[in-house]
Write a protein that binds this ligand. Structure first.
Ligand SMILES: [Zn+2]
Length: 245
């Protein structure tokens, strides 16, 4: 039995298939990551071929069969194509990293509406606002980690559980995460936070706008998050989007 389903989806990847079809990997609102085939997508009469392009937000109608690995897509409508992202190298780099996180770190058929909505929101901001693309990405990275179950927590020492507040000495160890001054004494640390860096970490995890930051601190936090994920998940080898420079 197959059901006819309508869902919104972000295109993660596309490949040509046969003479005229296209297969794509999507992150969908209702089913998480799914693959689908669009027959005839590349024929000259079809507008669908250009819609099914990486990063685009689409509305899909599909015949969903749980036993099938690749779903049959019968209708495609374009909701957003994020043209400013595609015109701007910096924006594109961070959007590509977002697509990469969804592709490599989420499971097929595991939906998470909050993650889907948060991703659409960040892509929309990347596309239409003047905010620093790296700042937007780092905020998204914290949100993403939390949504996939690897929250990078910054309130308590990860060893003794003591609350760490702004102004306290805080350090970081890739294995344990954030640690307090006392626990720092008997273990190796990768680095100690300056007050500015720790404040930035807190701001990035709040809903605050107008965040003050230096590029250097933002770079440092991004590296820390990437390494944090590598430690949590050994199959994660870092984001390729950043190694293309
Ligand atoms: Zn401690």
């Amino acid at each position: 039995m197959s059901e006819i389903i309508k869902t919104e989806a972000i295109v993660l990847r596309k490949i040509n298939f046969g003479d005229s079809s296209r297969i794509a990997l999507f992150y969908s609102k209702d089913f998480g990551k799914i693959s689908g085939i669009i027959k005839g997508a590349r024929s000259s009469k079809s507008k669908i071929g250009s819609m099914v392009d990486t990063i685009n937000l689409l509305q899909l109608v599909l015949y969903k069969k749980d036993a099938r690995e690749v779903q049959l897509i019968s209708e495609v409508d374009l909701i957003k194509h994020f043209s400013h992202i595609k015109d701007d190298y910096q924006k594109l780099k961070y959007a590509t990293a977002i697509i990469e996180l969804l592709t490599t770190m989420t499971s097929e058929n595991e939906h998470n509406i909050k993650l889907f909505d948060g991703t659409v929101r960040i892509l929309t901001l990347l596309d239409s606002s003047d905010e620093n693309p790296q700042l937007l990405f780092v905020k998204y990275f914290f949100f993403f980690l939390k949504e996939i179950g690897y929250e990078f927590q910054i309130e308590h020492c990860n060893v003794c559980g003591k609350k760490i507040q702004l102004g306290d000495q805080a350090s970081y160890n890739y294995e344990t995460g954030l640690i307090c001054a006392e626990c720092r004494a008997d273990r190796l640390t990768n680095f100690n936070f300056t007050e500015e860096l720790f404040e930035l970490l807190i701001c990035l995890n709040s809903k605050r706008n107008n965040i003050k930051y230096s590029e250097k601190d933002l770079d440092l936090i991004m590296i820390m998050l990437e390494k944090f994920l590598m430690y949590q998940l050994h199959e994660f080898k870092g984001l390729k989007a950043f190694n293309l420079n």
